[in-house]
Design a protein around this ligand. Structure first.
Ligand code: KG4
Ligand code: ZN
Length: 333
């Protein structure tokens, strides 16, 4: 079965055609980075306007690259939430129009479930149950995927998402947007042990995350030591990245041990980070755990992952009505 995936939850307009739930025939991602870069973050109104402008060409290119037409599709999967309401509405409206006109099955997909399904787009695929760390610009959460399409929320951030912290720290350092890739690049020439930024302590013992403290520490450091030399900027980037990675890895290991999980999925935009990938790899290897991390291009927002989750839901008999609406705070579990 061919599934068209459509993703417009934030600032990437994406469409992809997937065969049999895992073969990527095409994957088109139109980035809006250049539009939001001057503001150091996503401007929701600009994002939705841009989605409207490019969604049709993006979908047409995805179909063209795959060499298929809408009539060949077995269904359309669209991100229903969570995300920016104006952005989500563009994808949902187009998906509904296409499925109505062509009498195709429609299914709404949770964006976070999409990130988890990115792990099924390469070999080897994870088997259930597994623990998934979803780290993106909007979310940082641990889910126990007990069975296909069945999730339990284990822990989540109490304030900023990890990607958001990368973006804010990049802005503080004057490095530009998006922050993750530029911090990672800058950190390469810095010393990760140069500055001791604090690790957040969650005193009630919950497997939750917090990144607002380290962001404040970086902000104070920058104010106290301004103007920063190139060398110090690299040290701040490297020390910040090392601390965030340590926090993410420590919480994931702790949760996995508590749950007895031996299979871990690492996904979401921040999972493109090599230091984070390496840290979890080392933890997993040391314990004999299986670790599954999608290639970087499937970690950041794309529509192949939405089509993959949608395929599983369509196969399970799920159909969305034409009253399907976007849900900005849609929960996965
Ligand atoms: O999953 P994603 O593309 O969009 C959301 O669902 O939010 O994640 C985007 C986030 C941004 O905050 C971006 O700075 C971060 O992922 N990111 C990275 C890297 N690449 C993207 N963070 C750290 N290192 C990277 N290489
Ligand atoms: Zn995402």
């Amino acid at each position: 079965m061919l599934v068209l995936g459509i993703e417009t939850s934030c600032d990437e307009t994406a469409a992809a055609v997937l065969a049999d739930g895992h073969k990527i025939l095409s994957s088109v991602v139109a980035s809006q980075d250049a539009i939001h870069a001057p503001y150091g973050g996503v401007v929701p109104e600009l994002a939705s306007r841009r989605h409207v402008e490019v969604i049709l060409p993006v979908v047409e290119k995805a179909l063209g690259d795959a060499g298929v037409s809408v009539r060949d599709l077995g269904g359309i999967a669209v991100t229903q939430g969570p995300g920016l309401v104006g952005s989500l509405l563009v994808g949902v409206s187009l998906a509904k129009a296409l499925t109505y006109v062509h009498a195709l099955p429609l299914v709404g997909v949770n964006h976070l479930e999409g990130h988890i399904f990115a792990a099924f787009l390469t070999e080897p695929k994870p088997t259930y149950p597994f623990l998934a760390l979803v780290v993106s610009g909007g979310h940082t959460a641990l889910y126990l995927a007990r069975e296909p399409l069945g999730y339990r929320l284990i822990g989540q951030t109490r304030d900023d998402a990890a990607g958001e912290a990368f973006d804010k720290v990049a802005k503080l350092l004057g490095l530009g947007y998006p922050g993750g890739p530029v911090i990672e690049r800058t950190a390469r020439s810095g010393d990760p042990a140069a500055i001791a930024f604090p690790m957040a302590q969650i005193t009630d013992g919950a497997p939750d995350f917090s990144f607002s403290g380290i962001k404040t520490s970086v902000s104070l450091f920058v104010k106290r030591h301004a103007p920063l030399s190139e060398r110090v900027v690299a040290d701040v980037a490297a020390s910040f990245q090392a601390t965030v990675v340590r926090m993410l890895a420590a919480k994931t290991v702790k949760a996995a041990r508590r749950l007895g999980a031996t299979r871990i999925v690492l996904t979401g935009g921040v999972a493109a980070n090599r230091t984070l990938r390496g840290a979890l790899q080392a933890e997993a290897e040391g314990r004999g755990w299986e670790l599954y991390i999608p290639p970087p291009l499937l970690c950041t927002d794309n529509a192949a992952m939405i089509a993959a989750a949608g395929h599983a839901r369509l196969q399970a008999g799920e159909r969305a009505p034409l009253t399907l609406n976007s849900v900005p705070d849609l929960k996965l579990a």
